[in-house]
Design a protein around this ligand. Structure first.
Ligand code: FAD
Length: 307
């Protein structure tokens, strides 16, 4: 296992400790401001507007995950519907991301499906695309079932995510081919055991390129969601070499991460979207960003020591 992965796994496991959570929540304001657009929908829409002015489109994400009651799941559905209605008024490309566990997947798959269906019934006619984010490995199977069920019901404005760190992903991609999915490809952000996931960054990166090229060759629309300059350069090289048009894929990055690269890619004529999270439940999202980048942990530690 390489050091990157040891670091990531350690942060994700410590971040789950309630005392660490309380400490970080009190002291990580500057990091929150960097990665999260705000606590309200208005702040998120303002951030989206500013991105649009730079040629970067927004993926709005109402933060929330792993809900423990049906009321919470329904409240999140309502929050997402409010977002969908607000986006419908906007002149820009309209796009939201949702997490299945935010809509009650851990309580019942039927509940998550019902709530997703409700979202798509409003979103599709308004031209709002809905991406199902992919969470940790125990939820992958159910999330893929939700995606397939929605497609079988006739919804088309919905997309799925695959993670290159999981051993199972190539098979999942092949199984999905008959659905012609709009695919987001990521490396994967969760702490996964060595029984199910590559632990070595080089293998995860190689798998990422292998899966991305396979998906492009199969004619799928691929959203390459990565900040990795090496992978982005290789996607550009590969698509140019094989004459794959810029309309057949896009790049996605996170709000606050490599903003200059986001603008540059957009200027080069690529479709670029930034994932814009907002809401009060920012802690799990922020923990994953700290796990991705040791400098972020140093910022938190410095603010703790600074008193
Ligand atoms: P890394 O190898 O982690 O990073 C490459 C370089 O990018 C780093 O050297 C650094 O320069 C820069 N970088 C990376 N992360 C940061 C950061 N936090 N802050 C500053 N610089 C950074 N994961 C899921 O499991 N499920 C999802 O549904 C999902 N959706 C995503 C949607 C989008 C739009 C994006 C961009 C990511 C998503 N992810 C998701 C997260 C993803 O799995 C990775 O954890 C994350 O993108 C970091 O990996 P990387 O590809 O950027 O490469």
């Amino acid at each position: 296992m390489n050091l990157d992965l040891v670091y990531r796994q350690a942060v994700l496991s410590v971040a789950g400790n309630p005392r660490v959570e309380a400490l970080i929540k009190g002291r990580a304001r500057s990091l929150v401001r960097r990665y999260v657009a705000g606590e309200t929908l208005e702040e998120a829409l303002r951030a989206a507007e500013a991105l649009e002015a730079q040629g970067v489109h927004a993926i709005l994400d109402l933060l929330g995950e792993m809900v423990r009651s049906e009321e919470e799941a329904r409240a999140f559905q309502e929050g997402i519907l409010v977002l969908v209605r607000a986006l419908a008024e906007k002149p820009w490309p309209k796009y939201v991301s949702v997490k299945p566990t935010q809509l009650g997947l851990d309580l019942s798959e039927g509940l998550a499906l019902e709530l997703l269906r409700g979202i798509l019934r409003e979103a599709e006619p308004k031209g709002v695309f809905v991406r199902l984010d992919m969470e940790d490995s125990p939820r992958v199977e159910a999330t893929l079932r939700l995606y397939k069920a929605l497609r079988e019901e006739g919804f088309s404005g919905v997309g799925v995510v695959l993670q290159s760190y999981l051993f199972r992903t190539e098979k999942d991609l092949l199984d999905l081919l008959p659905y012609r999915p709009n695919l987001r490809l990521v490396k994967g952000a969760y702490r996964e055991p060595q029984e199910v996931a590559f632990q070595d960054k080089r293998l995860i990166d190689a798998e990422y390129l292998h899966l991305g090229k396979l998906a492009l060759r199969e004619g799928l629309y691929v959203a390459f969601a990565t900040h990795d300059p090496r992978l982005i350069a290789e996607v550009k090289r590969y698509t140019e070499a094989f004459g794959i048009p810029k309309t057949a894929f896009e790049f996605q990055l996170l709000y606050g991460v490599r903003p200059e690269a986001q603008r540059r890619l957009a200027q080069e004529g690529y479709t670029v979207r930034a994932y814009v999270p907002y809401g009060k439940d920012w802690y799990p999202y922020l923990s994953r960003r700290i796990a991705e980048r040791p400098e972020n942990l140093l910022l938190v530690l410095r603010s703790l020591l600074g008193g």
